[in-house]
Ligand binder design. Structure first.
Ligand code: F6P
Length: 359
């Protein structure tokens, strides 16, 4: 059996469980006599060899429970489209041939790419250029269709649920409406899961465009029944019927999702006269120790990725298909987003509990 020389990177936004995957990849590989090289800063490290270092038993000791990534990460380093700004003009340059050349020169047999939708699309692009890649599905958003669940999601939901629990006391003591904005990009998995677990009254998700009159109707119904406070959970990608996604302009000219909770809170206060406050949970959802579920999932993903490498099943992504870990083609894994199904059990459960989606 050939002793593999495997590179590993973590790309895109960080997520709780990255270090657990790195530990499992490293131990599983070293225990087979393979070599593991960590690439710092996502795909940027493939262009700059000073960013490479060997992952040893010592390097991954005691990291299972730690948030973040010992390799660091980067969500701007796409070798297929490096952003260059000259004289105020933006253009994108493809330097992937250089990345492929570095990869071959360093005699890597393959890359284990740990990433979400964006990073795995880059992985797929590099795979088509000849780099043997196995993907590991990371994202708190849980929006990858090919796996039942991504690692990081359970921790984000636990953090968001804890926040909603804490908001109840202020909302109830002050007879206020509290609107909390949660992450998730164009999918409402975090919002609906934490919303149900945290007993929200209204849950706004991108999959179900909402109406302000319906949101306010729910709040006023509660008011009439003696419940003088309400909790509104709002996914960052939620939109009113016929409206646009709310974004914040960044200094580099790009937009990021954010700001819908403020808009919703203002409109609720204007329409109902009830004192309303908003907050955005933001990156708290990506931080902290992974839950036991995420640790286990991450360790299983990492070990499975090395098993696939040993079997030569490059060009695939590890997916959780309980009770097993399976391999799905990388291309298929990034082809579509997993959105909250409108007729699925989770939406149904929320409705049956009397929660409103503002529709
Ligand atoms: O994809 C993970 C995520 O946290 C999204 O939920 C969120 O929209 C985005 O990343 C935020 O990205 P950044 O950290 O670059 O602002």
């Amino acid at each position: 059996m050939k002793k593999l020389r495997i590179a590993v990177n973590t790309g895109g936004g960080d997520a709780p469980g990255l270090n657990a995957v790195l530990r499992a990849v490293t131990l599983t590989a070293l225990n087979r006599g393979f070599e593991v090289i960590g690439i710092r800063k996502g795909y940027l490290g493939l262009l700059d060899t000073s960013q490479l270092f060997p992952l040893t038993y010592d390097a991954v000791r005691g990291i299972t429970h730690l948030g973040g990534s010992i390799l660091g990460t980067n969500n701007r380093g796409n070798p297929l489209a490096v952003r260059v700004v000259e004289n105020g003009q933006e253009r994108f340059v493809d330097v992937s041939d250089q990345a492929v050349e570095t990869f071959r020169r360093l005699r890597f047999d393959g890359l284990i790419a740990i990433g979400g939708d964006g990073s795995l699309k880059i992985a797929n692009g590099l795979a088509q250029k000849g780099i043997p890649i196995i993907g590991v599905p990371k994202t708190i958003d849980n929006d990858l269709a090919a796996t039942l669940v991504t690692f990081g999601f359970d921790t984000a939901v636990a953090t968001a649920t804890d926040a909603i629990d804490k908001l109840h006391s202020t909302a109830e003591s002050h007879d206020r409406v509290l609107v909390v904005e949660l992450m998730g990009r164009h999918c409402g998995w975090i919002a609906i899961s934490a919303g149900i677990a945290g007993s929200a009254d209204v849950i706004l998700i991108p999959e179900i465009p909402f109406r302000f009159d319906k949101v306010c109707e729910k709040i006023m119904d509660r008011e009439a029944s003696g419940r003088h406070f309400s909790i509104v959970v709002c996914a960052e990608g939620a939109t009113p019927v016929g409206g646009e996604i709310t974004v914040v302009a960044m200094t580099d000219g790009r937009d990021r999702l954010g700001g819908i909770a403020d808009k919703v809170a203002l409109e609720i206060e204007r329409r109902t006269g009830k004192e309303t406050r908003s907050l955005t949970l933001g990156h708290l959802q990506r931080g902290g120790q992974p839950t036991a579920f995420d640790r286990l999932l991450s360790l299983r993903f990492g070990a499975a990725a090395v098993r696939l490498a040993e079997e030569g099943r490059w060009g695939t992504m590890v997916a959780y298909d309980p009770p097993d870990m399976v391999a799905v083609p990388l291309e298929a894994a990034v082809a579509s987003l997993k959105r909250v199904p409108l007729d699925g059990d989770i939406v149904r459960t929320a409705r049956e509990l009397g929660m409103s989606f503002g529709d």
